[in-house]
Design a binder for this molecule. Structure first.
Ligand code: PLP
Length: 443
């Protein structure tokens, strides 16, 4: 009998007892290839020796100091490292303990910035219907994941909502990609106008959508257009890179591939690689400068911000990524995974789309490839595939949900950056077998 409130109250999950490299082990001794890195977290896999050593050193020196009294060398060094590799103009970092906290802090920093510069009438956020930004109330409000937010909607702030950037389903057959991008941007422009261009605080979006749709990047030109649109009206652009950031897509930040720099950017999962809970907000210097010159403080704070153990783990993770030059490796292994996914699934009549960047891949299942009609949501195909894949010894991150009334079954893969080609072969083989088994079972 477990006294833990688990994610599912219906059953107690298996007990994890160990991890090494790309593998996790349960109490019964079964090994699993961690092909989703949890939820795109474990970028270096498990028990990475340099990270473990850095954490040991830190705990021997100092486990905790409250940030109202002290900073720590390790927090400062991590901030220096992040700023040295940040998109243009992002000169300041605010540390928190996870993704939702990072989004909350970014929303509040954006609002406070406008109060400080004398534009307190800016009170609205605009976001997309497909996004997931976290489970705390502010993050849930800007998120568009209906399944997660539905019962809480009456107590959430009102957020301007625009279409997903979801080319596979939403680009019309007779529409060029350029025209599709232009249509999406025109809708955002219209939403800004509707709410009042001087009333909007920020537009919030994931550069590559993870937890709602499975590794979907926006069409070409979307982010440059978005940047220009926000600049035209003085609206801030918040890039939520909690899942897609920190190297996952093959560049340290996903926005690098879009050629833009956001005003605020949230990072988390791959920042600490799961060794410690940590997230952060990267901010343009002018935003922090406005607060410094104005009230002199960011009106926010949690007990564990800037936690030395978390900072030590994250610093070590980021140094390993840099030392071992893992970004080119992510691109090379990602290209290999892409090739293997296509080889295994292109002939499957129920695999509608395979998309992704770097080591961040999504597979979308459909009942019918031509019409893209989804499977009956009641089948919970994604959950069946997760269970079967686990039985086959591979962990993948499935999701199902309704976006614009359309149900989808998606499988997300986000393996550690250190995964080998032969391990990727095993992932594809075991996942393929799980998908075949579940499809056969469901007729
Ligand atoms: N933002 C994005 C894009 C995410 O994918 C997630 C989590 O999946 C979050 C925010 C919330 O992060 P956390 O679960 O660490 O609170």
């Amino acid at each position: 009998m477990s006294h833990v409130i688990h994610r599912s109250l219906a059953k107690v999950p298996l007990v994890a007892v160990g991890g090494k490299g790309v593998q996790l082990f349960d109490k019964a001794g079964k090994a699993y290839i961690d092909a989703s890195g949890g939820a795109a977290v474990s970028c270096l896999g498990h028990a990475q020796p340099d990270v473990m050593a850095a954490m040991h050193r830190q705990i021997d020196q100092l486990a905790y100091a409250h940030t109202s009294f002290f900073t720590t060398e390790v927090q400062e060094e991590l901030a220096d490292h992040l700023v040295a590799h940040a998109p243009a103009g992002m000169t300041d970092v605010y540390f928190v303990s996870g993704g939702s906290e990072a989004v909350e802090a970014a929303l509040k920093m954006a609002r406070q910035y406008f109060v400080e510069i004398g534009q307190p009438e800016r009170t609205h956020f605009v976001a997309r219907r497909q996004s997931y930004h976290g489970n705390t109330l502010g993050a849930l409000a800007v998120g568009g994941n209906e399944w997660r937010r539905k019962q809480f909607a009456p107590i959430l702030m009102d957020v301007g909502r625009v279409a997903p950037a979801y080319e596979y389903r939403d680009r019309r057959a007779d529409e060029s990609q350029q025209a599709y991008t232009a249509r999406l941007l025109a809708e955002i422009d219209a939403k800004f106008q509707e709410l009042g261009t001087d009333k909007v605080i920020a537009f919030v979006a994931e550069p590559v959508v993870g937890a709602t749709l499975g590794a979907i990047a926006a069409p070409a030109g979307y982010w440059t257009g978005l940047r220009a649109l926000c600049d035209r009206y003085g609206i801030l652009l918040i890039a939520d890179e909690v899942m897609c950031g920190m190297g996952r897509t093959g560049s340290l930040h996903a926005v690098e591939q879009e050629g833009i720099s956001p005003d605020l950017m949230t990072i988390a999962k791959g920042l600490g690689g799961g060794y410690q809970p940590i997230g952060a907000v990267l901010a343009q210097g002018r935003i922090v400068e406005a607060m410094r010159k104005g009230s002199g403080l960011f009106q926010h704070g949690h007990t564990y911000i800037g936690h030395p153990m978390a900072a030590a783990a994250a610093l070590a993770v980021q140094k390993v990524i840099q030392r071992d030059q893992l970004m080119p490796q992510v691109l090379a292994r990602g290209a290999y995974l892409q090739k293997q996914l296509h080889a295994r699934f292109d002939t499957n009549p129920h695999v509608g789309d395979i998309r992704g960047r770097g080591l961040f891949w999504g597979v979308e299942l459909v009942q019918d490839k031509d019409s893209k009609a989804p499977f009956d949501a009641a089948l919970k195909l994604h959950a069946q595939i997760k269970a079967q894949a686990m039985a086959n010894g591979v962990l993948c991150y499935p999701m199902g949900g309704t976006i614009d009334g359309k149900h989808g079954d998606h499988i997300l893969l986000a393996p550690p950056f250190i995964i080998s080609e032969s391990e990727l072969d095993q992932v594809v083989e075991r996942l393929g077998d799980a998908i075949d088994t579940v499809l056969a079972r469901n007729g």
